[in-house]
Design a protein around this ligand. Structure first.
Ligand code: CMC
Length: 426
């Protein structure tokens, strides 16, 4: 807390109602309104939480105007260029990059916990083959709450750490199985001779009748996607995980709630929606019509992959993914990809259009990731599932932070607009 106060004037302009101002390490200060209801009988009104810090957190920082993203203080560009996913996961979960010994132990933990219980595999058969992978993941991750009865004292640090590792270790297998099941192929187990990202690829694309050979360029690209999506402070899915966790709910159930929230097209579902949009546009000549529709107030259509609640500048993740996409397309001999040509032209036209400039709408992380994933062989229905695998690290980091600070239950209030008291007359 600082020794500064904000003054709230209610009624008489001379009234003094000092509210403490809280200071973070960087970013906007926060007016502490916790005592407002008790002292003034007033609530704050902020639907959508545009001006509300719902918690304090030391994990991730975003400066939306600068287009800056930091994990535990490190710029995302440096982490993406110099670290592997396991190091970034350790950084987010434990606060520091690991030394060689810590990294080896963390990786061993991930390997020790990456298998799915045989009974979990039988859940898949209860789903329709055409079920969306995110629907399957919501179900399977929630169902894991019924396992691990011997380590469910989540007030104990050891049980918290074990649940966190289990979630990060198993999520690639859970996501990959939701795809292989829908494709009618046998579910593949992790291969402990491979790293986290390569393992995900082999579980997704490996076939029972031939060895899977990891393409290092593709493995690097999926690892990059995982690093870039690993955390993003109090977004809708992370806030959901935190709110569910505030009641003391089982961590697997909390993560299931996060996956359900991520699925929406305004959040993680956007990468799938971007690709559908680009396919619908078909060729660069049709872009002006689409941009016109996006600007039309009477048309609900929005340019998918554009705009962000926090970034009012180029999303730093989008720039990295655009370059990686160009690299992977060239590696695969797909440099003439019509989807990429359409996306680049759409970006060019939108960024020079008054509407997008004025509203500060820039490409977000989802704008190019769908093209990249498609080129690597992921079906569009798996795009958000890949995002969920990557974001699991962020969700568990926030879950650990919340458990460790002993947070009480979240309970927002409301501005009631329903009927005043009335009598039932019969
Ligand atoms: N295309 C056209 N107009 C847009 C767009 C867009 N993509 N995004 C925002 N606007 C307009 C919107 O119509 C509104 O105009 P006006 O002020 O005239 O009513 C203004 O910009 C502000 O929009 P908003 O909905 O109040 O902004 P928000 O901060 O609440 O929404 C958003 C952020 C990401 C939901 C929104 O930009 C959007 O729907 N984008 C498309 C979906 C998308 O790409 N989502 C992925 C988000 S990044 C990944 C993640 O974090 O999960």
């Amino acid at each position: 807390m600082s020794n500064q106060f904000a003054n709230l004037v209610v009624g008489d302009a001379s009234a003094q109602n000092p509210l403490p101002i809280l200071k973070g390490t960087i970013g906007p200060d926060a007016v502490d309104v916790r005592a407002l209801l008790d002292k003034q009988g007033l609530l704050t009104f902020d639907p959508g939480f545009r001006s509300t810090a719902s918690c304090q957190s030391a994990i991730t920082y975003i400066d939306g105007d600068k287009g800056q993203l930091l994990y535990r203080g490190y710029p995302i560009e440096q982490l993406a260029a110099q670290c592997n996913f396991d190091e970034v996961a350790h950084l987010l979960m434990h606060g520091e990059l690991p030394n060689a010994e810590e990294l080896a132990s963390f990786q061993q933990d991930l390997r020790d916990h990456n298998l799915l219980h045989d009974q979990v595999l039988s859940f898949y058969r209860g789903f329709r083959r055409d079920a969306h992978p995110m629907a399957v993941m919501v179900g399977v991750v929630g169902a894991l709450s019924a396992f691990y009865q011997d380590s469910q004292d989540y007030n104990r640090d050891a049980d918290q750490q074990k649940a966190a590792i289990r979630l990060v270790a198993k999520m690639p297998a859970i996501a990959a199985a939701s795809f292989t099941y829908s494709a009618g192929r046998p579910i593949r187990h992790p291969d402990n001779s491979l790293d986290y990202a390569s393992n995900f690829l082999q579980m997704m694309f490996g076939k029972p009748n031939e060895p899977y050979i990891v393409d290092p360029v593709l493995a690097k690209a999926i690892e990059l996607i995982m690093i870039l999506h690993a955390d993003h402070e109090q977004n809708a899915s992370t806030s959901t995980v935190r709110m569910a966790a505030s009641s003391g709910a089982n961590p697997f159930a909390c993560l299931s709630a996060g996956i359900a929230t991520l699925w929406g097209p305004a959040h993680g579902g956007a990468n799938e929606a971007v690709l559908l949009m680009l396919e619908e546009i078909g060729s660069p000549e049709r872009i002006p019509d689409v941009v016109k529709r996006a600007k039309d107030k009477n048309d609900p259509f929005r340019l998918m992959g554009f705009g962000h609640r926090v970034y009012k500048n180029y999303d730093p993740r989008a720039a990295i993914i655009r370059d990686t996409t160009l690299n992977v397309l060239s590696h695969l001999g797909m440099e003439n990809s019509p989807l990429m040509a359409t996306a680049l032209e759409l970006e060019r036209i939108a960024l020079s259009d008054e509407y997008f400039i004025k509203k500060k709408l820039y490409p977000n992380v989802d704008f190019y990731s769908g093209i990249l994933l498609r080129a690597m062989g992921f079906p569009s229905r798996m795009f958000t599932a890949v995002f969920a695998v990557a974001r699991t690290v962020g969700w568990v980091s926030h879950w650990l932070e919340l458990k460790q600070e002993g947070h009480g239950i979240d309970r927002p209030r409301q501005l009631y607009t329903g009927p005043t008291p009335r009598q039932l007359e019969r």
